[in-house]
Ligand binder design. Structure first.
Ligand code: DMJ
Length: 419
């Protein structure tokens, strides 16, 4: 299975090389390149580089490295997403540096971080959503916990590597600004104004828009041995399990509740939420992690591939798209690591086989518009290279390939050293 996953990576990367070289991504149906902004930030090579190293793909890794070092520049007058650029590009450069030791990766990571830090210049310390890489101009004052609180791993690592504490302090202040605005029952909302610090949407969720905020409280506490992040995680997980956990006839899930009353108002769950089994396992709650992974598996099998959103009270699909997301595979990997139960190998195998069957095109892998009829759509996100194929590979490969206990993955599956 590991060889099969590796072969799929080579196949998808060859498609990128042939039709989208130098661009952010390949559109796998039209065979056209896709860029997020006016200038490419090399999303696919930067995101995929550490997966190539872990898979032992030397020639691919060498050519991706040369492309990155020659052509990745940041002095562009363009607005970029602070969150996406941090988790994909900053994260990829830092893990690339830690694996490859070429100082030019670190120099690029410092250059990028210096530009992105301007996003944090708000009255609350919470970053605006967008920042101009050249001018430092910002926009997007209505943001969410994930986009605000998911930078401690990248900036903590950068502070460690450079000896400059400013990066970590800035990222931690933003994450703690969310935590300090939790309600009296310990929940956070899903949308907030970074200028006033007032909540705009008071629905609480572990899912889209909040997901990596929680993930980074726990992982930040572990990677950076930070007691404030540990305290914030300990307090948050209690509230999450008290108010958002929902056991119904279809299984154990997490729903959405009002952050002030704790009353469940929606029972939605989807591909993004599946990360939480991994986080529970990493946090030592094996019982809930196992139960949630059973639900994740059920969700995957509902239509043959998991949907973006479903209602777990009646198991009806509400949004049938599948963006080649990694979270379910990621949780399989964590559960297998912690339990060594071969059932997670079988789960992952089934997921990977159905992904190949339904998403493989002539030049790569395509997202699905609706898993209820498996119509493909013209997108192959860089996280497919960074995360989905990496987790799938690591489940089946010799665990010595990457010592789990010595690293922490950022939310884009870039491993950072725990030293
Ligand atoms: C990735 O960019 C990251 O995992 C992020 O935290 C959530 N969305 C995608 C993958 O689904």
């Amino acid at each position: 299975m590991a060889a099969e996953v590796r072969q799929s990576f080579i196949f998808a990367w060859d498609g990128y090389v042939r039709y989208a070289w130098g661009h952010d991504a390949l559109m796998p149906l039209s065979r056209q390149p896709h860029d997020w902004y006016a200038h490419s930030l090399l999303m696919t090579p930067v995101d995929g580089y550490d997966t190539m190293i872990l898979m032992g793909l030397k020639s691919q890794a060498d050519s991706a490295k040369n492309l990155i070092l020659d052509s990745l520049h940041f002095n562009y007058d363009m607005m970029v997403s602070n969150f996406e650029t941090t988790i994909r590009i900053e994260g990829g450069l830092l893990s690339g540096y830690e694996l490859n030791h070429d100082k030019r990766f670190l120099a690029k990571a410092i250059d990028l971080a210096t530009r992105l830090l301007k996003a944090f210049h708000s009255p609350t310390g919470m970053p605006y959503r967008f920042v101009n890489l050249k001018t430092g101009k910002v926009s997007g004052k209505i943001s969410n916990p994930a986009e605000i609180g998911s930078m401690t791993l990248e900036y903590g690592t950068l502070s460690k590597l450079t000896g400059n504490p400013l990066y970590f302090q800035t990222a931690k202040r933003a994450a703690m600004a969310i935590f300090h605005r939790r309600s009296s029952i310990g929940l956070v909302g899903s949308s907030i104004n970074v200028v006033t610090g007032k909540w705009v949407d008071t629905e609480s969720t572990i899912g889209s828009g909040t997901d990596s905020y929680y993930e980074y409280l726990l992982k930040g506490a572990i990677l950076l041995k930070d007691q404030d992040l540990q305290m914030a995680w300990d307090s948050s997980i209690q509230a999450i399990n008290h108010y958002l956990a929902d056991s119904v006839s279809s299984g154990f899930w997490y729903g959405q509740a009002n952050m002030y009353s704790g009353k469940i108002n929606r029972e939605n769950y989807g591909a993004l939420d599946a990360y939480f089994a991994a986080v529970l396992a990493l946090g030592g709650d094996r019982k809930r992690a196992i139960a949630l992974q059973e639900s994740n598996d059920k969700m995957w099998k509902l239509a043959g591939i998991e949907p973006e959103v479903m209602d777990f009270s009646n198991m009806k699909i509400l949004n049938g798209s599948y963006a080649l997301r990694p979270e379910n595979m990621e949780s399989c990997y964590y559960l297998y690591h912690f339990t060594q139960n071969p059932k997670y190998l079988r789960m992952a195998k089934e997921m990977f086989k159905s992904l190949v069957k339904n998403c493989r095109t002539n030049v790569g892998f395509a997202a699905i518009q609706d898993v209820q009829n498996m119509t493909p759509t013209d997108s192959m996100e860089s996280f497919f290279f960074a995360e989905t194929l990496k987790y799938a590979y690591l489940i089946f490969e010799d665990p010595k390939t990457l010592n789990f206990d010595q690293i922490i993955f950022n939310t884009e599956a870039h491993p950072f050293k725990r030293s």
